[in-house]
Design a protein around this ligand. Structure first.
Ligand SMILES: [Zn+2]
Ligand SMILES: [Zn+2]
Length: 118
């Protein structure tokens, strides 16, 4: 498919065998644009710009989790560590330190929302 009066490189060469005019993309005005080479191509300047915008939009700088959430995870991990340590000790036939039991009990109570169910 070629159009004799098209502005693109391919149509110009096909219609006239030689270069009869400057090939310029009608969308960005750039003669190095992919669309200047063939009208079926997409304007590469526009695509690059869209891609750059999309990339900056998709990649906001990484923040940090809220302190309250982080604290919650820390306390929860501590309980898991205590339970796992107690399990390891009991499986090894060693007495579980009372301090661990007390800490775990205290932390479980703290973990339960006030007046609610765990
Ligand atoms: Zn064309
Ligand atoms: Zn273009």
């Amino acid at each position: 498919m070629s159009t004799p009066n098209c502005w693109c490189e391919r149509c110009d060469i096909q219609a006239n065998a030689i270069r009869t005019r400057m090939w310029i993309c009608p969308e960005c005005g750039d003669k190095r644009c992919e669309k200047a080479r063939f009208h079926g191509n997409r304007c590469s300047t526009k695509m690059n710009l869209a891609q750059t915008l999309a990339e900056t939009a998709e990649k906001p700088p990484i923040g940090v989790m809220p302190e309250s959430v982080w604290n919650w995870h820390q306390r929860r991990n501590r309980m898991i560590e205590l339970m796992q340590a107690m399990l390891r000790y009991s499986e090894a036939g060693k007495p579980v330190p009372v301090a661990w039991c007390e800490e775990l009990m205290r932390r479980i109570e703290e973990h339960i929302p006030a007046g609610g169910k765990p």
